[in-house]
Design a protein around this ligand. Sequence first.
Ligand code: SF4
Length: 324
Amino acid sequence: MGLKKPNVGCILCGHQCRADRQGGHVGRCGAGDRLGFSSALVHRGEEPPLSGRDPARGGSGAIFFTRCNLACVFCQNWQISQSNDRGLDISVEEIVEMMLRLAEAGAFNINLISPTPYVVELTKALAQARAQGLNVPVVYNSGGYDSPAALALMDGLVDVYLPDAKIGQDPAMDGGEPDSRSMRLFGAGDYAQVNQAALLEMRRQVGTLKLDERGLAARGLIVRHLVLPDDLARTSTLLPWLAENLGQDLHLSLMAQYHPAHQIKLGVNDEFRDLPGLGRPLSIREYEAAVEQAWALGLTNSYVQGLGSARQMRPDFDKPGVFN
Ligand code: SF4
């Protein structure tokens, strides 16, 4: 009698839930054995090295996946990220076709949004797409809660990493115990530890951001951070960590577009009454303080936003163009 091979299950994100996805089970994120897809479109509102500066040309070839591995209570994309009845389950061949069509339409890159649960399928899709002539950079645009296993699979296939750094480590904690704020806001009490390890690995793989002669991202790392009201994302402790560990040449996208969405309504509900800042947009003063801190730390490769971007770039996945 032969020994049965142990099934380790899915360990692609920090949850390490070990769901047997190929055996017909779904993981904590809701992902099973097919690619969960929502939309593919040319996105003209990403950072300038991704979408370009001319709103009439190029853009980023965005492919939105469903079933995010995080559960942000104010997620702007909640219609597809946290709802199991949205989107389609598609094949590797179909995603290859989408990548090729976006590149043919003039997209400057292929921007894989919330790809973490699907990296196994994406290794196959990217190899096939490259063999069929895909010749634009591939952007891995994740929530930053990627496991070492996921990033090892992507090593050599990704040109530009575009992860979030959602929250800084609680300075009062030694990193051993779960962070209750991170658990409540993002559904992951160990987010900061997993995220810091992921950022370091991404940086190791692709290095600092390199632009081509058009000013477009060719290879490297861009870290996104959404500044929250009342410093709820601990921006003030996160930025020094980024500068110290990823270097002052880091390309940092400081986002100002927070607005109460999904589980957070204007004025906050009872569950979040102890975090009243969640119930309002970010103030100009709060955003300027974050930008000033980044500059003081030498993070001068930072992309900044106007506060009006909150309204302009609010997605609606019920509309064909999502951002139109
Ligand atoms: S990606 Fe999904 S299935 Fe895999 S470990 Fe994370 S939550 Fe579990």
